[in-house]
Design a protein around this ligand. Structure first.
Ligand code: 6PG
Length: 257
């Protein structure tokens, strides 16, 4: 059997500002959710953390988009989490809950938080991997195919909690890993690994601000596989970069319109 690894070309869209970025991202999520439910009866998404996605979540929580989302058929996972309780200001779940999940009619049993506050990080990772497999109805050892993974980008090129130089970058079996990121404000982290990110039907990077322009250029450059964000290459799915003008400032003119 010959396996062909499709290296999809990233779709780069440059939006005027982070307002238009949020609007476009939220609209794209509704479109992907609607078609996933039409085709498979459900929509599975891994939410991103950090600050950038908040405006997108707030847009999704408001009409008209909130009324177009198939919430009853939507399953929410998290791309990564910090080692903090859900009510901590740095909790990715906490941010998503306040900006979106507490405001829309999604069944609570379809929201799968990573319990970052739990005592034993390795158990958190293995338990979440089991939850992901069970909810995505994949056999043990198989990699679940999420409909959508949302990601952010750190100025060091990290994405989710996949940091430069981390041994987890080489992970090929585990779908979820506990990570100690010495450079991060909250070093204890939990993250989906590349096998899951690159098995997704669609991955969307949300990046805004000129402070990210240098790393965006590096991550989209040929052979960017030295940066974690550059290693996100869905094998059989879409790769979309939604950027505002600031984040796209150093990209060649031709990129993204
Ligand atoms: C996290 C995120 C991380 C984030 C980037 C960008 O938990 O920190 O998942 O990967 O996306 O650090 O963060 P900002 O959007 O806040 O710039």
């Amino acid at each position: 059997m010959m396996i062909v690894v499709m290296d999809v070309a990233p779709e780069v869209r440059i939006l005027e500002d982070d307002d238009e970025l949020a609007e476009t991202a939220a609209g794209t999520i509704v479109d992907l959710a609607t078609s996933a439910v039409a085709q498979r009866g459900r929509f599975s998404v891994a939410l991103a953390g950090g600050a950038t996605p908040r405006a997108t979540y707030e847009r999704l929580a408001r009409p008209p988009l909130s009324e177009l989302m198939p919430w009853a058929r939507t399953y929410v996972f998290f791309g990564d989490e910090r080692g903090v309780p859900p009510d901590h200001p740095d909790s990715n779940y906490g941010m998503a809950y306040r900006a979106l999940l507490s405001k829309v009619p999604i069944p609570p049993r379809q929201i799968f938080r990573i319990p970052g506050e739990a005592a034993d990080p390795e158990s958190v990772a293995t338990d979440y991997a089991r939850t992901l497999a069970e909810e995505m109805k994949v056999r043990r050892g198989d990699v679940p195919r999420l409909d959508l993974v949302l990601l952010g980008l750190g100025i060091d090129g990290h994405t989710a909690s996949l940091f430069p130089g981390s041994p987890v970058l080489k992970e090929v079996f585990r779908t979820v890993a506990a990570v100690h990121a010495a450079a991060a404000v909250i070093p204890q982290r939990f993250t989906l690994t590349f096998p899951v990110l690159n098995a997704a039907a669609c991955v969307i990077f949300l990046v805004s601000g000129s402070v990210k322009a240098k790393v965006v250029k590096a991550a989209l450059a040929e052979g960017a596989a030295t940066l974690p964000a550059g290693m996100v290459r869905p094998t059989d799915g879409r790769l979309v970069w939604l950027l505002d003008r600031g984040a796209a400032a150093l990209l060649p003119r031709a990129a993204g319109g």
